[in-house]
Every structure is written in structure tokens, then in C-alpha cells.
Design a protein around this ligand. Structure first.
Ligand code: LLP
Length: 450
């Protein structure tokens, strides 16, 4: 076990043997707010928002579109305010995410609506709010959005989501760009061209450009470059067919972050520099004007900013077949606040956060409190042998798809989220209570429904 500066948020450090985040001692945070607790390093979050914005602007210049923060990775009203103040946009994919952005007074002209099965209620809400773009994901949606835009008496700007068909067996890190996925229109089958023509003919839609999102936790530019190459070919074919050029290329998110030792968070400058060079070469090759390029990082902004703090409740030693010992350390959360290890085999790191230990580190398994053996946060980690009930364990880089994918399994209230900054701490999402959960239970009289 060691403190990994590349995985913890920027303002995290060990002071007198204890983890401090933004100059707040984690033991004091646990006392004040309870555990499990999501702790966001607010200055780190703002730093990453700006890093992606300036990298896009630096490498695309006048053709820099917008960074749309992928709110699915984590959003709350307070966080939406930070994003709005940074001047970047937001990608929402449900009425719920849209409602959070609007509750933060987000400028609708910087909101983009995604989703492979948007309901009419969601489309209406987005049109009413005046979102800048709706990303069309299916043939049915062309008719749906056109009709609802017509009802509202507006022309809606749209992109179409394309699957560039990058072969998964050569690039297995790409999980959403191949053909056999629920998202978007396939380029190679001609579906994408059909969709583009459909949108062109829809009186209340204006086709602004094309979008793709190739997958998540990607560390190399190659996949993005292959996808951009296919999309630019598509833009060129569209120009040849329709006699006009589409202005926008939205390349989605997916930039990887460090979760464990040895991984290095994708540098926004490195990513944008590679993609910008490729886009310039390919647009020149096809004699196209340079499009406006947008991106949608989620994890790359939110994940590294946040640490989850747990309290240890029980420990036990198990003798393995080979005679070795495995130590189970059970904390007061688990798969309800971090489903990623169970769902994707995702790896995390952890440290003993409230004190230093002089004991040797032993092979340990960090588990939660749910009634399921798969409730594992870290399958194999060396942790000090004297970790005991009452100790605090911190798992860094939990800001993306942690709280946002949290559940109430075993009727566990979802944890609070706090923001820490310059020695101050404040709640930004309060802890759920038993009353919140029990409040959903009702006992209606049976009604006849025919
Ligand atoms: N744009 C679109 C259209 C997306 O579907 C996504 C993620 C993003 C942007 C942001 O991707 P990011 O930069 O955060 O990788 N729950 C999974 C990740 C699912 C991502 C879904 N879409 C996980 O925990 O790894």
C-alpha cells in the first residue's frame, strides 16, 4: 500500500500519517459527514474542466467547438454550476440529467441531448428548454424530433450519431464503435447515409454534423483517429451527395484515467494534439473546410477529483489452498456505491487513510457489506496487517460512474457527496436516509383496471 499521487486528486497528501484532501483531515470529514463519503476536490474538478477546454482551444483554434462534460459520469446541481462557470457545455441523456442542468441555470445553448431511446417527454423538455443540439440516434427519432420541433414551431439543430465500424478484434478497447451495438447509425451498411438524407428532408430539423463515441477508458489516440477518419470520409460523401458541407464533428468522450499504480491519466494536450493533426490531414485530403470539433469527456474530468472514504467494520483471515492467508477487510459500503469492480472487473487502489501503520502489508481483499460474495471493491491488495474496525480506508479516483451508478441494494441509503476546498468542506448531495427510502413504499387499495 502506498499513496499514489497520480491516482489521488491534485490536492491530496499525507500529513502526519493521515490523508488530507484540500487541507481537510479525512478523520474530521468522517466525523462531520459520516461514511461512506464521496469527497470531491473542488479545485481539481475546476482544473480539469479548464485543462480540457484550453487543450481543445489550443489545438483547434477558431475551429474549437465545445467541451460537453458527460454528466452521466457524475452530476449534481452544484457541480453543474461549476461546469457552467467554466464556460463549457454539458451532455445530458435523460430528462433527469437535463433537469439537474436546468436547476443549475445552465445556459441551454450549451446543452446537448443524447440517448438511444429518448422519450417524447424528454425530447419535448429539451426542445422547450432550447437545447443547442439533439443527437439523433435512430430512424424513428428523426420523425419524432421533427414532429415535436414542428409542434413547438422551431427548427431544431441536430447531429446524427454514427458507428464508424472500427473492428473490435484489432482494437478491443473500442466497445461502442463496432457494428453490433444499440447506438447510432452504421456507416458501412449505408444506414448513416440514409439517416442523413432523412434529416435533410425533415422540415423542422437542421443537420449540423456528425457524432461518434467509440468507448471508454481509452489511453491511445489510434481509436479516435480511426473513428475521425471514417467520419470525415462520411462528411466528404455527404458533401458530394448534397452539395453542402456539414460544420460539426463531435468525437465523444472516452479518455482514460489512472486507477492503479503504473497507469497514467490521458493528458488533454496529448489527446487533442493527435486528434487535431489527424483531422487537419483528413479534411485537407478530402478538400473539406476544417469542421468545428467538439468532445465529451466525462470520466477524464470527474474520476480523478473524487475519493471515497469508508470505515472498516470487520476483518477476517482465510487460509487458502496453497497455505497462504487472505485477509478480508469489510467496509461500510461496497457494490451499492461502486458497482464497477463487479460489473466490469474494474481495478481500484486503496490506502489506510487515518493513520500510518508500522506493520507489514499482507495480501488483502477489500469488500463491502452487501449480501453477495461478488461485493468486492478490490480483489487483491497489500494492506497493513493491523487494520482494524474503526480505521478509515480511502479509494481514490471514484468520481466517475460511482455515485452516478449507485444503487439502494439491500436498502442501503446512497452516500453523501461533499466538496472540499482550501480547508473547507460542504455537503453538495446529502446522504439518503431510511425515511427517503421508506417514503417510496405505499399500500394502495386495489383498483379495478381493465
Ligand atoms: N459521450 C457519450 C455519447 C457517451 O455515451 C459517453 C459515455 C461519454 C461521452 C463519456 O464517456 P467517458 O469520457 O466518461 O468515458 N459506466 C461505464 C462507462 C459508460 C460510459 C457510457 N457513455 C464505466 O463505469 O466505465
Amino acid at each position: 500500500m502506498k499513496f499514489l499521487p497520480n491516482v489521488f486528486s491534485i490536492n491530496s497528501k499525507i500529513v502526519a500519517g493521515q490523508l488530507n484532501i484540500a487541507d481537510c483531515k479525512v478523520s474530521s470529514l468522517a466525523k462531520e459527514f459520516g461514511t461512506p463519503l464521496f469527497i470531491i476536490d473542488e479545485n481539481d474538478f475546476n482544473y480539469r474542466l479548464n485543462a480540457w477546454k484550453s487543450a481543445l482551444e489550443r489545438h483547434f483554434g477558431a475551429q474549437a467547438g465545445s467541451v460537453y462534460y458527460a454528466s452521466k459520469s457524475f452530476i449534481s446541481v452544484e457541480v453543474a454550476k461549476w461546469i457552467s462557470s467554466s464556460g463549457i457545455g454539458i451532455d445530458v441523456c435523460t430528462a433527469g440529467e437535463l433537469a439537474v442542468a436546468l436547476a443549475a441555470n445552465f445556459d441551454p445553448s450549451k446543452i446537448e441531448l443524447h440517448g438511444n431511446n429518448k422519450s417524447e417527454i424528454e425530447i419535448r423538455a429539451a426542445i422547450k428548454a432550447g437545447v443547442s443540439k439533439i443527437v439523433i440516434d435512430s430512424h424513428q427519432e428523426i420523425e419524432r424530433v421533427n414532429r415535436l420541433a414542428n409542434e413547438a414551431g422551431i427548427i431544431q439543430n441536430v447531429l446524427i450519431r454514427l458507428t464508424p465500424g472500427v473492428e473490435a478484434h484489432t482494437h478491443e478497447f473500442i466497445s461502442t464503435a463496432h457494428e453490433d451495438v444499440k447506438f447510432g447509425f452504421s456507416i458501412s451498411s449505408g444506414d448513416a447515409a440514409k439517416a442523413a438524407q432523412g434529416v435533410e428532408q425533415a422540415a423542422n430539423l437542421r443537420l449540423n454534423g456528425v457524432h461518434c463515441h467509440i468507448g471508454s477508458q481509452i489511453f491511445e489516440s489510434e481509436g479516435f483517429e480511426m473513428a475521425a477518419t471514417r467520419l470525415i470520409e462520411f462528411l466528404s460523401e455527404f458533401r458530394d451527395r448534397n452539395g453542402r458541407e456539414l460544420a460539426e464533428l463531435d468525437l465523444g468522450g472516452g479518455y482514460g484515467v489512472a486507477y492503479v499504480e503504473g497507469e497514467i491519466t490521458y493528458d488533454p494536450d496529448v489527446a487533442m494534439s493527435a486528434i487535431a493533426s489527424l483531422v487537419k490531414v483528413q479534411t485537407t485530403k478530402h478538400k473539406l473546410a476544417m469542421p468545428v470539433v467538439s468532445i465529451e469527456p466525462g470520466r477524464a474530468i470527474s474520476a480523478p477529483t473524487t475519493t471515497t472514504l469508508y470505515e472498516v467494520g470487520t476483518t477476517k483471515n482465510v487460509t487458502l489452498d496453497d497455505g497462504g492467508i487472505r485477509r478480508y477487510i469489510a467496509v461500510d459500503g461496497g457494490m451499492s456505491d461502486n458497482i464497477r469492480p463487479a460489473l466490469y472487473g474494474a481495478q481500484y487502489s486503496a490506502i489506510l487513510a487515518n493513520r500510518t501503520s508500522t506493520q507489514s502489508a499482507i495480501s488483502s481483499r477489500l469488500v463491502g457489506k452487501h449480501c453477495e460474495s461478488g461485493d468486492i471493491i478490490i480483489r487483491e491488495i497489500d494492506l497493513p496487517s493491523d487494520i482494524a474496525p474503526g480505521d478509515l480506508i480511502a479509494t481514490p479516483a471514484t468520481g466517475a460512474y460511482g455515485r452516478s451508478m449507485a444503487s439502494n441494494y439491500n436498502h442501503m441509503p446512497r452516500p453523501a457527496v461533499i466538496a472540499v476546498k482550501d480547508g473547507t468542506a460542504r455537503l453538495i448531495v446529502r446522504r439518503e436516509t431510511q425515511e427517503d427510502l421508506l417514503g417510496l413504499d405505499v399500500s394502495e387499495q386495489p383498483r379495478t383496471i381493465n
